[in-house]
Design a protein around this ligand. Structure first.
Ligand SMILES: Nc1ncnc2[nH]cnc12
Ligand SMILES: [Zn+2]
Length: 338
């Protein structure tokens, strides 16, 4: 392990942008396909990995939705979630706020409760056995209708007793602006849920503005294109809203052609509360450490900038101030030692 990797691993950090279905590794995909008698268009894991060659978000989503078909029963969702937690527990990740796409499951006959309860049981065991704390956020698929999102919100209500803490918005961004879900987000806000949304990944800065002003989000997922609008950048910096940036995802989906061109440092320098996350690590080539390493090396980030990113992730999480305090203190200690 390089010095830089040791430093990154030692720092406590939170992952705030992770789609559980995007952590489905080819090996588990094959195993579940066999167990559940699901036909895949691949003969082995090498063929699966070869198919992961994307030129844009939609290319990826087509394969992502196909991959999640292998998830059938509660045990499958448990296995998926536990495998993710085991991976990140060894990378200094102390807290995760993970997404899942219930509509991607209910639409193919898997019940909301099976998916949700399998995930929640693994999150509980992950806290107990691995010491990783967690929250669960359900995302609405933005290519589906407002009516479908409302039906999902209603179905999820029994879990709004603290088990599902928030709602998000993901899937095909272009042509599906945040404004399409203004009323659903208003209803979720009235139910006391936290609000996050993908915006400015492929979509324009205007979508980021809509997410902030119409959806009234607590956190912004991606947000890379914010910096194309200097007024918006200043407003977002002033708001203190955290951005969950995903470097390897941006590279794999061709949002940037080279990691050296990634806007992360510009975003930090503009005063935005940037965090580093993995998005769909099984598809994009790496978990948290790989994302930190890749962007730190390409942009020549200092140790203090790397520590700042970790600090931002704890600050930008939905942990209470008391829960955040020990992690923040530890980040400071580690930085002082270096
Ligand atoms: N990066 C991403 N953007 C939009 N929707 C997604 N669903 C899973 N990953 C996503
Ligand atoms: Zn995402």
């Amino acid at each position: 392990m390089s010095d830089l990797e040791k430093f990154i691993t030692a720092l406590p950090k939170a992952e705030l942008h992770l789609h559980l279905e995007g952590s489905l590794e080819p090996e588990l995909m094959m195993e579940l396909a066999t167990k559940n008698n699901i036909e895949l268009p691949y003969k082995n894991v090498d063929e699966i990995r070869k198919a992961y060659d994307f030129s844009n978000l939609q290319d990826f989503l087509d394969i992502y939705y196909q991959g999640m078909n292998v998830l059938q029963g509660e045990e499958d969702f448990y296995a998926l979630t536990m495998a993710y937690l085991q991976k990140v527990a060894g990378e200094g990740v102390v807290h995760v706020e993970v997404f899942y796409d219930p509509q991607g499951h209910t639409s193919r006959g898997v019940s909301f409760s099976e998916a949700t309860n399998g995930i929640l049981r693994a999150l509980d065991d992950g806290q107990e056995e691995l010491g990783v704390s967690s929250e669960l956020i359900m995302s609405f698929l933005r290519h589906l209708s407002e009516e479908d999102a409302f039906a999902t919100l209603k179905e999820a209500e029994p879990w709004f007793d603290g088990r599902i803490v928030g709602v998000g918005l993901d899937s095909s961004e272009l042509g599906h602006p945040p404004s399409k879900f203004e009323r659903v987000f208003e209803a979720a806000r009235e139910m006391g849920l936290k609000l996050v949304a993908h915006a400015g990944e492929e979509g324009p800065a205007e979508y980021v503005r809509e997410a902030i002003e119409l959806l009234k989000i607590d956190r912004l997922d991606h947000g890379n294109r914010t910096i194309e609008d200097s007024d918006l950048t200043k407003e977002l910096a002033r708001s203190g809203i955290a951005l969950t940036v995903c470097p390897l995802s941006n590279l794999k989906l061709c949002g940037v052609s080279d990691m050296k061109e990634h806007p992360l440092k510009k975003m930090m320098n503009a005063g935005l509360k940037v965090t580093v996350n993995s998005d769909d690590p099984a598809y994009f080539g790496g978990y948290m450490t790989a994302n930190f390493l890749s962007v730190a090396e390409a942009l020549d980030l200092s140790k203090s900038e790397i520590a700042q990113l970790c600090h931002n992730s704890i600050e930008g999480s939905f942990l209470t101030d008391e829960e955040k305090a020990p992690h923040i203190a530890r980040i400071k200690d580690i930085l002082t030692l270096h």
